[in-house]
Design a protein. Structure first.
Length: 416
C-alpha cells in the first residue's frame, strides 16, 4: 500500500509516523510536509494543501492507494470530493460534511435539529441586533466566530465593550454566535467512521490557553493528554447516547455521511456532556497523543475505513497514557518569530518518547522554525505521572532561541 498524508503540521507528522510503522506500507508521501515528515516519507513541498490538480497528478504518478487529508482548510475546500471524483481513495470529510466545522452557524443548526445535547446559542449576521442583544445580557456567554479560526476565534469576557468590539470586527465578513457559557470541564472525543458504522476512541484533554493555570489568550493548543483519567466510563456512555449517536443519525438523514474522523468538543457539565463544536478531522495536539495509543496496524485500519468494513476491524488500543507538550516560537499566539535555527532535538529512538515537528522546515542540513507552534514532545507511560515526567524531561532538550511551553500540562485535574 502506498499512502499520502496531506498537510504540514504536527498532526500530519504524527499521521506519517503512524503510517510508517504499518507493515502494509510500501511507499509513503507527505504534501507539503515538514522537516519531521522528511525523515519518514518523501515530502512533496511543491503541493499546497488545496492544490487538488497537483495532488491528483502526484497520486497518479506515484500510484498512491490512499490519501489521508489532515487539516480543515483542505477538507472545507473539497479536496476529498476531488479525490473521489478522480477515483482515488481518501480518508476525510466531503466539503458538505466539512461545513459542520467550517461554519458554527451550520453546526449549531444541525445540533438543534437532530437533538444533540448542546448549549443554547443565537446567531447574528448584523451588528445592530448583536449590540442590542449584548447590552441586554444578564448571563455569562461565549462569543464565537462562525468560520474557521484555527482555534482562536472565541472570546470569553464579562466586558461588554470588548464583546461589541469583537462582534463588529467579526461581522465585517463572518457570522457569529453568542452562546451560553457552560460550566464544567472540557474534553475532546474522536470517532472513526466509514460512513455507516463508527468506533469511539479514548477521550483526550486539550490545553488551549497560552498561560499556566489556563490563563491568557486561546491558542491552537499547548498540550494534550490521552486518555483522561477523570472521565468515567458512564460519562463516555452518555457521550455516545446524547451526542455521537444523534450525530451519526443526523449525518445519515442530511446526506452527509463520510469516511474519516469526527471530533466532538465537549463540556462535561453537572447535567452531563454537552457539545461545544464539531471538527471533521483529528485535532492538533490531540492526534499526537492519541495515535501512539492505537496498537492496530494503521494502514489496515484506514483500508477498512475506505472499504466500509470498520465494524469488522478488530481495533486494539494501548492501556498506556500519552502526554504531549507543545513548544512554541517567541511571541505566539500573537506576532511571533520565524526562521529560528533549531540547535538540538532528542532522537526518536525510545518507545516512550516521540518528538513531532509542527511548523518546521529544512535549509540545507539545518532545521528551522516556520511558524508559531513548532514541536510537540510526547511522553508515554503506564499512567499520567510517568508520561508527564518523560515528556517534560525531554522538553528541555529541544533547543531553539526563545522556545517556550506551558509547564502544567497534565498537572490540572479538571474533573475533580
Amino acid at each position: 500500500m502506498k499512502a499520502l498524508i496531506l498537510g504540514r503540521g504536527a498532526r500530519e507528522h504524527a499521521l506519517t509516523w503512524k503510517f510508517s510503522r504499518s507493515f502494509r506500507i510500501s511507499g509513503l508521501f507527505c504534501a507539503p510536509g515538514n522537516a519531521g515528515t522528511a525523515d519518514l516519507a518523501t515530502n512533496l513541498p511543491e503541493i499546497s494543501e488545496t492544490d487538488t490538480e497537483a495532488l491528483i497528478s502526484a497520486c497518479r504518478r506515484e500510484a498512491v492507494d490512499i490519501v489521508f487529508v489532515g487539516g480543515e482548510t483542505a477538507l472545507a475546500a473539497g479536496v476529498v470530493d476531488a479525490l473521489h471524483a478522480a477515483g482515488i481513495s481518501a480518508v476525510g470529510a466531503t466539503a458538505a460534511a466539512a461545513q459542520l466545522e467550517a461554519s458554527k452557524a451550520v453546526s449549531k443548526d444541525f445540533m438543534k435539529r437532530h437533538g444533540v445535547a448542546t448549549a443554547e446559542a443565537v446567531v447574528f449576521t448584523d451588528t445592530e441586533p448583536f449590540e442590542q442583544y449584548i447590552n441586554k445580557l444578564r448571563h455569562p456567554v461565549v462569543i464565537k466566530k462562525s468560520g474557521l479560526a484555527a482555534g482562536k476565534g472565541v472570546l470569553e469576557t464579562e466586558d461588554k465593550d470588548e464583546m461589541i468590539a469583537f462582534g463588529r470586527e467579526t461581522l465585517r465578513d463572518d457570522q457569529l454566535l453568542v452562546e451560553e457559557r457552560l460550566t464544567g470541564y472540557e474534553i475532546s472525543v474522536f470517532a472513526l467512521t466509514d460512513g455507516t458504522s463508527y468506533t469511539l476512541l479514548p477521550p483526550c484533554a486539550d490545553y488551549k490557553k497560552a498561560g499556566e493555570g489556563n490563563t491568557g489568550p486561546n491558542t491552537g493548543g499547548m498540550g494534550a493528554i490521552c486518555p483522561v483519567p477523570w472521565v468515567k466510563p458512564e460519562t463516555m456512555e452518555q457521550v455516545r447516547q446524547r451526542v455521537l449517536e444523534p450525530t451519526i443519525a443526523g449525518l445519515e438523514l442530511d446526506g452527509l455521511r463520510f469516511t474519516g474522523v469526527l471530533y466532538l468538543g465537549l463540556m462535561i457539565t453537572d447535567e452531563g456532556p454537552k457539545l461545544l463544536e464539531y471538527n471533521v478531522r483529528f485535532g492538533d495536539p490531540e492526534a499526537q497523543v492519541l495515535l501512539p495509543l492505537i496498537k492496530s496496524d494503521f494502514g489496515s485500519l484506514c483500508e477498512a475505513m475506505v472499504e466500509g468494513k470498520l465494524a469488522e476491524f478488530p481495533l486494539e488500543l494501548s492501556k498506556k497514557t500519552a502526554l504531549g507538550v507543545v513548544l512554541a516560537s517567541p511571541g505566539y499566539p500573537e506576532a511571533y518569530r520565524r526562521n529560528i535555527v533549531v540547535d538540538e532535538l532528542p532522537t526518536n529512538d525510545r518507545k516512550e518518547l516521540v518528538v513531532f515537528h509542527a511548523a518546521t522546515k529544512t535549509e540545507g542540513e539545518r532545521v528551522m522554525t516556520d511558524g508559531g507552534r513548532c514541536f510537540t514532545v510526547v511522553g508515554i507511560g503506564h499512567e499520567l505521572l510517568e508520561a508527564r515526567g518523560t515528556a517534560y524531561s525531554a522538553v528541555k532538550n529541544v533547543k531553539f532561541d526563545g522556545a517556550w511551553w506551558r509547564p502544567d500540562i497534565g498537572g490540572m485535574i479538571f474533573g475533580q
